[in-house]
Design a protein around this ligand. Structure first.
Ligand code: SF4
Length: 379
């Protein structure tokens, strides 16, 4: 198709009706009803590119399960609309602040494709009534400028790359000009759901404002296509370090072979697996949430069985910050020895130097408390 590689064409031709969807996947009568019911409550749209990755005949296709609405979204007795209390952490409307030195700056609420597991699907993303005016963006930039302790700004929303280059550049330029802002990060799923958006022009613009980082979200190895690979190569070649934040999703990637392949394929396309998020207790996601024990089992199967760079951190995000969830390799103590277990079950006893041998004490140790976000890295 002539315009297939044009990101604006992809957006203009998104799948938003049953008739359009049926060009990509078979639907039963019940599924048609189910999609209609869910779409009254939650926004949906899928780029033709991402819809093209759906396996037409597989009801449990991992691509389809992430983006096609189902009536299961309407039956969730535990999920809440804003599990991270983000609205309470907003000193000005578009800025979310949980940590002293960094903020999330929500500069838009549109995405190329709407994920069924989206953290902000109830509060912001795809909500036509949320307004992101120039005045609100200016108020956010002013807040960041007036708080010199903020050294790291994550542009998010919604997907910041839904903006045209000139508008995005205007925001980045103003943030870059603030002396206390050392790092700008972009959270975008475009490399996965709309890789056509990663144009040479966009990369040329971004590389003027280093250090720019980009974190994306691939959830399944089938999303790593030649188009996604090219998008990531363009960003990496522009000097933008890439990280991946996948979400652990029932029936999609909550098993070791899938997650291991995903992490290894990400490394191949120059994207560092950064986080696996425990799926939040969020409205409409009961059917996608998976037990924490399963996540721990996956982490056990990654650590040591693939290179350390391909092992992400498994985290649970909370209103107080991220909590790393890690299997323990410390078995116990024997006298002055610490007993540890290797990835494949071998026991190792390591001489453990006593505290008083330390020549110097650390200057300052963070003291976690119930109200303090301690040292975890939420954004
Ligand atoms: S791309 Fe991110 S912000 Fe957009 S719908 Fe998906 S999870 Fe939500």
């Amino acid at each position: 198709m002539k315009d297939w590689n044009d990101w604006n064409w992809q957006l203009a031709n998104r799948i938003t009706t049953l008739e359009q969807l049926e060009k990509y996947t078979d639907l039963t009568k019940e599924e048609r009803v189910s999609i209609k019911e869910a779409s009254f409550r939650f926004t949906w749209a899928i780029t033709p590119y991402f819809a093209g990755l759906i396996d037409r005949t597989d009801r449990h296709c991992p691509i389809r399960m992430q983006v096609v609405p189902t009536a299961e979204e309407l039956f969730d007795d535990a999920g809440v609309a804003d599990p991270l209390d983000e609205e309470k952490h907003a000193p000005v409307e578009l800025v979310i602040r949980v940590y002293p030195d960094r903020v999330a700056f929500c500069i838009g609420n549109r995405c190329p494709t709407y994920c069924r597991h989206c953290l902000r699907k109830e509060t912001m993303v795809g909500k036509p009534d949320r307004e992101f005016s120039d005045d609100k963006v200016a108020a956010g930039i002013r807040y960041i400028r007036e708080h010199a302790e903020i050294r790291d700004v994550l542009l998010t929303g919604g997907d910041p790359l839904m903006m045209p280059d000139d508008r995005l550049e205007d925001i980045i330029r103003r943030l870059h000009a603030i002396p206390s802002v050392e790092v700008i990060r972009i959270g975008s799923r475009a490399p996965c759901t709309l890789p056509q958006r990663i144009t040479p022009e966009l990369c040329k613009m971004l590389e003027k404002y280093h250090p720019i980082y980009l974190n994306t979200q691939f959830n399944h190895p089938r999303e790593i296509t030649p188009e996604a690979e090219q998008a990531c190569a363009r960003l990496a070649s522009a000097g933008i370090p890439l990280g991946n934040q996948s979400v652990l999703l029932r029936g999609i990637n909550d098993n070791l072979p899938t997650m291991k392949k995903l992490c290894q394929q990400l490394m191949r396309i120059r994207v560092r697996p950064y986080y696996i998020y425990q799926c939040q207790t969020l409205t409409g996601t009961r059917h996608l949430r998976t037990p924490i024990e399963r996540g721990l089992k996956i982490m056990r199967g990654l650590q040591g069985y693939t290179s350390g760079l391909a092992v992400p951190k498994y985290v649970l995000d909370t209103p107080y910050g991220k909590i790393p969830i890690a299997p323990s390799y410390v078995v116990g103590r024997e006298g002055n020895k610490m007993v540890l277990c290797t990835y494949n079950g071998n026991i190792w006893r390591e001489e453990n130097p006593p505290e008083e041998q330390n020549v110097s004490q650390p200057q300052e140790m963070p003291q976690p408390s119930a109200s303090c976000a301690c040292s975890s890295d939420r954004l």
